[in-house]
Design a protein around this ligand. Sequence first.
Ligand code: C2E
Ligand code: MG
Ligand code: MG
Length: 713
Amino acid sequence: MSAEPDGPEDRLRRFATIWSRAVFPVTSTSSTRPEFEALLLPMARRLSEALRARAFDAEAGRTVGSALVEAHCTDPEVLSRTLDCVDAYLVLYCGEDGDREDLRARSSRIQHAMAAGYAQALRERTLAEQEAIARAALEAQGVVAQALHATEARFRAVFEGAAIGIGIADLEGNILQVNGALRRMFGLSEQGLRGRRVKEWVHPDDAPQTWRLYEELVSGEREHYHLEKAFYRPDGTVLWTNLTVSLLRDPDGEPQYQLALMEDTTERRLLNLRLRYEATHDALTGLPNRTFFFERLEKALGAGEGQRFGLCYLDLDGFKTVNDSLGHAAGDRLLVEVADRLQACATAPGEMVARLGGDEFVALTTGRDTQRTVDELAARIMNALLAPISVDGRDLTVRGSIGIVEGPAGERSAAEVLRSADITMYRAKSAGGNRFELADEEADARAITRHGLTTALPTALDRGEFFIEYQPLVHLGDGSVRGAEALVRWLHPQHGVLSPDRFIPLAEHTGLIVPLGRWVLEQSVLQAREWRDRHGGEALGPLRINVNLSPCQLTHPGLVQDTVDILERTGMAPDALCLEVTESALIGADDDLLKPLRRLAEMGVDIALDDFGTGYSNLANLRRLPVSVLKLDRSFTQNMQQFPADPVDLKIVEGIVSLAHSLDLAVTVEGVETGAQAEQLRILGCDTAQGWYYARPGPPDRLHELALVDATG
Ligand code: C2E
Ligand code: MG
Ligand code: MG
């Protein structure tokens, strides 16, 4: 041992060592003792500081108490050993230059705070964890009580100095003693409390078990209980407390007194109520918000047999226009007025209205008869929106779309119900708005996959889930393969291969069509180059590639540049590419829309008018369009399936073909499924054909084989 006198830090460490030696054996921690000591050291420092601080800080003691619980030192022995250790050594090692009496008093208060912090932390765990820990917590509270009256002197100091209210009563409930904190909490003098009876403090908000627990305690059947309890103060105001009551026994173990520890939680409770209100209500309209609504809906869905629920999901029609044209302040005022009107629609018991966000509101009705009440509720809401709303001197007409879901409790989750309502509301909206629709499972299922596909789309491209099939384009005159149309597919991880009809409209809707279309174009042109490279020496010209363009791609400013880049990068000539645009996309197109297509056409890219004959376009218009190919829609070919074909149909096709040829347009026919059709179409003068008769869309190598077969055969 060193002869040098120890510094304060050494002494602090020594205190931590002693503490850890005392406590370590009763912990269930997985750390070693030195590790455990390292854990205690900062706590010891905190206690040491609290001992010497000018003003007493109960928080330090409480924090250390709860830190012990956090460190899994939950064995009841931990607290009593800790308190003993603090009692015996804290002043000795950490309080060298103060007044001994003061330091000892301070140490007692720290111990009390530690015990309180420890008990509190244990209680919190009790709430959070299972039965086993609950039992440990209750035992530990026994230790707290014991620690409080273990030595009379210590108890006295704790009693009067405590920030927590303490009262002692006999087993008949006569109050014998109360400390200053308790008197202050009640706003009463010692006289005012002494001699009163515990049973006088019944409060209407008492939890049902309150007085049963009390009876069990005073009859010696229970050692402790813990509750939140309200008391009336003499001035009529309410005091909320965290109340712990313990039974005190005499040295022979006979019940003798009851000891109540009370923490004033009135302020905290008010704060909590306010915080809860703020967390569950919408700041703009004051309506319950999504969180609150979810709670209520979950409760309604968890209700017993025979109970039902009905939900109206309302979205205002055209609210965005109000916001955009009149500004957000006006939009807000409109929402507040709508909220007020809605609130007036749902005033019966079991009904509520909430704002989910933006211009979306919900109204809920519960009970046994919601099949009827939900319809009435929806009708009331539609009615409430009829009268125009005046904002900034303008009368605004407000309309809404409502999705209604109604059903028995206990079958679906709140999220499912809300999603169904949302989908149904969209159905009402796409049917023109200003109406309500009832949820329908089949429509839901369709929309849910639609919804699922829409959300999966953006990542699908990055994940490489798309692939392209190629369908040959065959020359009707000599039967040779002249090229192929690229048709994209989505290999969806759950749904398998999806056809473009399932996802192209969604991709157009979400804007993904632009990068997807660019990818298809690039892949297809690369593929065409590969065919050229492998097929180059053959007598027939190069295989051309047809790629479909969506209307959205037409208006995208990068179209021409992207196409040029791809052709240059792959080293392909523009006339190896044909872009297919549907007839409907070009009906009524003005010059601006046609400009990019015209530029591409000038460069030598072919433009085909796809699905021709479905869009009722003005044939005279064809002259204006920069197209070089007409693709006759499948429906014409289908009409030729009967034999003999309807002569009028034949005349129409013949007419179209001759018109196209007179305008210098080539004609391709789609959907050729039989040799007879092919022959008929050849006679009618069509140039190329595409269809299952020749080949279904397939992998690129298939096309290469077909082309080779015809080149050599
Ligand atoms: P489309 O451009 O008119 O393509 C022809 C469609 O007819 C293809 O359907 C093809 O598989 C089908 N078909 C071919 N031969 C026959 C036949 O003999 N009988 C019948 N009944 N059908 C036949 P698919 O692949 O489902 O494509 C549907 C549509 O999706 C395409 O119609 C096109 O408008 C669009 N699409 C496909 N790929 C793309 C793409 O990469 N981008 C864009 N924007 N749209 C694409
Ligand atoms: Mg096409
Ligand atoms: Mg087509």
